[in-house]
Design a protein around this ligand. Structure first.
Ligand code: HAM
Length: 422
């Protein structure tokens, strides 16, 4: 029979208790920490469906973006309707608040879940990946920029990241953007024979996107071209200074006037956090202001700023060793006594919830249960058999030191012992 494999660029995550797949533990830990940070900033959770009408992304992320042009997971449903697996979360959040008619008030929302992009898989780039996103809706340029960057700094700190760099830029206002795009076009048109097909398409549809070209020839040409900072208004440059002055003690902040981001909806301040420890796909989060999206999708005019974090990339930067809870393995060696032994396990769990207690459920021998406890990196094994139950005792074995003696403790002492474990 033909073997069934997972799809290209899509991975299974299994926590360490059953496999040595370390990234799974890091991903789950990272998600837990992010939820706490979001709560800390008083942000509410929103969940939207994974599937949306294809038109939502074409109208928001934009048909000049790679995401819409090349990377959508789209198909026709049984009604011949074009459906897409969401490639990002912002468009769905805006669709949802317009549909619920709450687009006339402010909201601070977060989400977490799988996204899909039909990309060429490589390290840090998957076809199914997880994003945690934050959208602050109804907040004009100013304090919201500070709040979102404060959150980026808190995430870096809570997860103990070692080499994070925050790149920031400002795309100006509508008028300066128009003037700059015109200047860029005037400069590049006469040189169009030197541009790649890809960059020529950008020049036709959205000239700003040329700034993040990967083509070295174009990059050289752009060095002599008009600079966005010479076109954007003073208030925009002030925002960049404000961010730098407020947070440069927490994080290395670099102004990068070529940072334009790959989605069409951005209108002002934009940013990306990168780490050199990640390799080629070095951005672990990105975001910016998108003041026109709500109106553009048929809702009210609602200023907004947001960001999304690539969980797999962020998690790969996290060191979890010190975060793993102490594990105690409870080994029961007679099937007759299980109900009583479970009562004991139940009691011990309630005494100290900062440790994990694993009751080994199989009928295997003591030897193989001890082997299992070692494999799971348990710190102690507690062994209960008929004898122990009769004498109201438990055998305690330290698994950290192979030569250590087993200790027999009565129930009262074991409760105190469990209470003291950190
Ligand atoms: P984005 O920059 O397209 O922005 O994605 C955000 C993050 O998702 C990236 O920085 C990266 O870490 C991760 N990511 C993207 N594609 C992949 C992939 N194929 N494999 C693994 N990780 C990936 C957005 O999605 C915007 N919605 C962010 C936003 C929210 N802007 C305003 N609000």
């Amino acid at each position: 029979m033909e073997k069934i494999h997972s799809l290209t660029g899509m991975m299974d995550l299994i926590a360490k208790k059953t496999s040595k797949d370390e990234i799974a533990d890091k991903v789950f830990y990272t998600e837990e920490v992010l939820r706490k940070v979001f709560e800390n900033y008083s942000i509410s959770e929103i969940r939207t469906p994974a599937l949306e009408n294809s038109s939502l992304f074409k109208r928001s992320v934009g048909d000049t973006s790679d995401i819409v042009n090349k990377e959508l997971f789209s198909f026709f449903d049984k009604n011949n309707k074009s459906i897409t697996l969401r490639p990002e979360g912002t468009a769905s959040v805006i669709r949802s608040i317009i549909e619920k008619k709450i687009d006339n008030e402010s909201h601070k929302l977060w989400y977490m879940g799988p996204m899909w992009r039909y990309e060429r898989p490589q390290k840090g780039r998957y076809r199914q990946f997880t994003q945690a996103g934050v959208e602050m809706l109804g907040y004009p340029q100013g304090l919201a920029e500070l709040e979102i960057i404060s959150m980026v700094c808190s995430i870096n700190k809570e997860l103990g990241l070692e080499n994070p760099i925050l790149k920031i830029n400002h795309l100006g206002d509508n008028e300066s953007k128009k003037n700059y795009c015109q200047a860029l076009e005037d400069f590049l048109r006469p040189l169009s024979s030197k541009l790649s097909q890809n960059d020529l398409e950008k020049l036709d549809k959205n000239p700003l996107r040329i700034l993040d070209t990967k083509n070295e020839e174009t990059q050289k040409i752009l060095c002599k071209g008009p600079k966005i900072n010479e076109y954007i208004p003073k208030e925009s440059l002030d925002i960049l200074d404000l961010i730098k002055n407020t947070f440069s003690e927490d994080c290395i902040i670099e102004v990068d006037h070529n940072l334009v981001r790959g989605l069409d909806y951005y209108t002002g301040f934009v940013f990306e956090a990168i780490s050199s420890d990640l390799g080629a796909q070095d951005a672990y989060l990105g975001g910016g202001r998108y003041d026109n999206l709500c109106h553009h999708l048929g809702g009210k005019s609602l200023p907004a700023i947001g960001m999304a974090i690539g969980i797999e990339r962020l998690a790969s930067l996290v060191k979890t060793e010190e975060n793993i809870k102490t594990l105690v393995s409870l080994i029961i060696i007679s099937s007759n006594i299980q109900p009583k032994a479970y009562k004991i396990a139940h009691k011990l769990r309630s005494i100290n919830n900062s440790i994990n207690i694993d009751v080994q459920l199989s009928e295997a021998s003591l030897k193989s249960k001890l082997r299992r406890a070692n494999k799971d990196n348990a710190t102690y094994a507690l062994i209960i058999g008929d004898e122990e139950l009769k004498s109201e005792t438990i055998i305690v074995k330290s698994l950290l030191d192979e030569d250590s003696e087993q200790i027999v403790m009565n129930f009262k002492d074991i409760e105190n012992f469990i209470k003291e474990i950190k």
